[in-house]
Design a protein around this ligand. Sequence first.
Ligand SMILES: *Cc1c(COP(=O)(O)O)cnc(C)c1O
Length: 440
Amino acid sequence: MIKREESISKLDNIHLINEIKMLKSVLWINPNRKSTPNQEQFSLRHMEEANDRLNRFSSYIKVAFPETEKNDGIIESTIKEIPEMKKLIEGRRGFKIPGKLILKCDHSLPISGSIKARGGIYEVLKFAEAIAIEHGLLSLNDNYAKLADENFKKLFSEYKIAVGSTGNLGLSIGIISAKLGFQVTVHMSHDAKEWKKQLLRNKGVTVIEYASDYSKAVEEGRKQAQQDPKCHFVDDENSVDLFAGYSVAALRLEKQLQDQNIKVDANHPLFVYLPCGVGGAPGGIAFGLKLIFGENVHIFFAEPLQSPCMLLGMMTGLHDEVSITDIGLNNQTEADGLAVGRASKFVGKLMESVLSGCFTVDDSFLFRSLKGMYEQENIFMEPSAHAGVFGPILLISEGKHYLEDNGLSSKMENATHLVWSTGGDMVPFEERKIYLEKNV
Ligand SMILES: *Cc1c(COP(=O)(O)O)cnc(C)c1O
């Protein structure tokens, strides 16, 4: 602890740390960004391997989740311009956001209605594939639709899957694991919403509740799983499989941008704003985007004022060796998907060459944005999913240096601001009403 405190106080970043402690919204620019990502630990090959695996599984997904039929069993969301929301923001702020504002609609990803339907489902599919191949029931060239048959369910029922979660990862892992036939346990932190626990229990998932936060739920889950050789633990703090599953989004986005004639090149910068919890989901996507778009993509992570674990880890270079409690923050936020006090062990390190920066956002902004998005665009997104909406506002008002230093100031009329929405479709009607009526 002493060592940590020293590293924190030794920094040139003292001023910024003070602002974070005072719960001001800050924008931190990463001085170590490169034009291409460092590929020692994770590379294009890993992303393509994950993409191939998801393609193999598409015939199974189509049968198991008929709502994915129209997209041929590929779990993907659309991108959509949100001009009315843009007008609302500009009116409220009193300045223009140059360029286009588009939304990546992961709040409506099929199966589990959040960004976790990417990495979470991918990791379980990979585990299932390995077991089925090992038992001689499956080979890579088969039609994977047969995984829905009873003999596979019987096989998988001998295995267990466990995960620790603030909610959405639990939903994703719970739903896909139960569908395949695994015995599944979700360890939920205290901030997980009641309806998420209920929904999982209704699907036959074992839900264990903790009075403490996310890190504790993960730790307990990991401990219990380690004692059982037939149990696979989906480790949100350390999993490369989760990261790989998320990264595939970048390949899909590249195609979607092309289809809509949205250019990304030296004269058409792409800005991407991703809500960040432990870092796996935004990290995997960011890495994939950086592999594809190089220096023409500018990626920012968004965190709540009380939970800036990635920002703190990156600015100090301490990554998972520092917690937001070390600087006196308490991790209390209505953005339950982002209520994480300590960042992933490996994601922060991987983000050093990738990220343009991190910023923090007030909970009250999330609710104003939630209401605005619903009224202007008829889109419902959960509070966590709105963190990225603050990105273009902060970039234009506070990020002039970044734009100048990167020769972007004169190109902003050609810019695309892509706000990554991360969850919302599964939120029950009654809960939506409470969010929408919240006084902020
Ligand atoms: C999990 C989650 C995130 C962030 O993902 P991490 O992998 O935890 O960084 C963002 N938004 C929502 C709605 C989430 O559920």
